[in-house]
Design a protein around this ligand. Structure first.
Ligand code: PMP
Ligand code: GLN
Length: 380
């Protein structure tokens, strides 16, 4: 069979590659971002209750109303702003589907989409599959600061969308209020849609605050925010998330969503809606993950790996340039095979695979796993 690939340069994702390698070599897996501890039993019991109560058929197309209401209440509670549960919030199959659907809805052939590198890996293929052109702006280790004048200079008639990700995976950095104001300024009076991937919104450390796009009125008018319950409630395998945005834009999103998935898993939606009625179930996450970050960094402080504590997410990047000048992909593989510890090389997320000799480690793990990983890093 002859066919022309829409993604000729895309290989298997680094997350699958490294997790498989970790399994093969029985290595501690700090590569792919998922917790190795159980989520709250209360939440699991709520899913069982929802199933036993008969929530086993199609959910409403936009998602269970109770969950959309709970999300709306969360925005009110955390950001004093509202999204209408009737037409501005849609429950999706993880943030990944929300992102793919947003891009498919708005990107026409030849449209340009600005994104920042290192970038989470699902943005660029979604743009390419839809005929769009990714315009990458490389940010650099260790601070990954954005030069907004440079971003502004990339905007032209073809610019249809800007994708931001704050808190940022893989760097563990966040956009400041000034960054968001700059984004608001450069998009003002344009037709540019902003896709703000905020899946790590509840994991921000050291007293910093998450600057959600919804806090900036002119940005909010043009922005889709995406979120992931997998990240928030330690159940990445449930693949449940949502997106919200202004109703005129959401109307178009829904046209695609209805034929993309129509609706997503119902009992987990009912359970999460009830679970969210206690806001401490998400507001406690910063403390949980800051403790894990500190435990991990303290345990490796005399190793040869250099670090700047991550500001947010559950990832820590470590600079290994004192150890070897091997390329980061090669080093990540060797670390897995020879030392029994898997991490993610950052170059795979960079423009032209720029190699800055840094690896990403996921610290959403039990303290025991983190201390065992630290022993390995200290021995190098
Ligand atoms: N965006 C970012 C930045 C991520 O790290 C992830 C992985 N959780 C996603 C989106 C996708 O989220 P989900 O697993 O809910 O599809
Ligand atoms: N978001 C996860 C990470 O950054 C991976 C999700 C996936 O494997 N697609 O590690």
């Amino acid at each position: 069979m002859k066919h022309v690939s829409k993604l000729p340069n895309v290989a298997t994702t680094i997350f699958t590659t490294m997790s498989n390698l970790a399994k093969e070599h029985n290595a501690i897996n700090l590569s792919q971002g998922f917790p190795n501890f159980k989520s709250d039993q209360k939440l699991i019991d709520l899913v069982v209750k929802a199933m036993n109560s008969g929530f086993n058929q199609y959910a409403p197309m936009l998602g269970a109303l109770t969950l959309r209401e709970a999300i709306s209440a969360k925005f009110q509670n955390l950001y004093q702003t509202t999204y209408n549960p009737d037409n501005e919030i849609v429950i999706t199959c993880g943030a990944t589907q929300a992102i793919f659907t947003i891009i498919s809805t708005f990107i026409h052939s030849g449209d340009e989409v600005i994104l920042f590198k290192p970038a989470y890996d699902c943005y660029e293929p979604a743009i390419t599959v839809n005929g769009g052109k990714p315009i990458a702006i490389q940010l650099n280790y260790p601070n990954y600061k954005v030069d907004w004048k440079r971003v502004e200079s990339q905007i032209n008639q073809k610019t249809k969308m800007i994708i931001i990700n704050t808190p940022q995976n893989p760097c563990g950095t966040i956009f400041s209020k000034e960054d968001m104001l700059e984004l608001e300024r450069i998009t003002k009076d344009t037709n540019i849609i902003v896709l703000s991937d905020e899946v790590y919104e509840h994991m921000v450390f050291d007293g910093l605050t998450h600057q959600s796009a919804c806090l900036f009125p002119d940005l909010k008018k043009r922005t889709f925010i995406t979120a992931s319950f997998g990240k928030t409630f330690h159940n990445t395998g449930w693949k449940l998330g949502y997106c919200c945005g202004p109703k005129e834009l959401m109307k178009e999103f829904i046209k695609v969503h209805q034929f993309n998935v129509y609706c997503v898993n119902h009992p987990t939606q009912i359970a999460i809606a009830e679970y969210m009625s206690d806001p401490s179930n998400y507001t406690s996450l910063s403390q949980l993950f800051q403790q894990k970050r500190d435990l991990f960094l303290d345990a490796i402080k005399s190793s040869k790996f250099k670090s700047i504590p991550s500001q947010a997410t559950y990832f820590q990047v470590l600079d290994y340039s004192e150890i070897t000048d091997e390329n980061d992909v090669e080093y990540a593989k060797r670390l897995t095979k020879e030392n029994g510890l898997a991490a993610i090389p950052l170059s795979v997320f960079n423009d032209n695979n720029l190699d800055e000799k840094v690896l990403r480690f996921c610290f959403a793990k039990t303290d025991e796993t983190l201390l065992n990983a630290a022993k390995i890093l200290n021995s190098i």
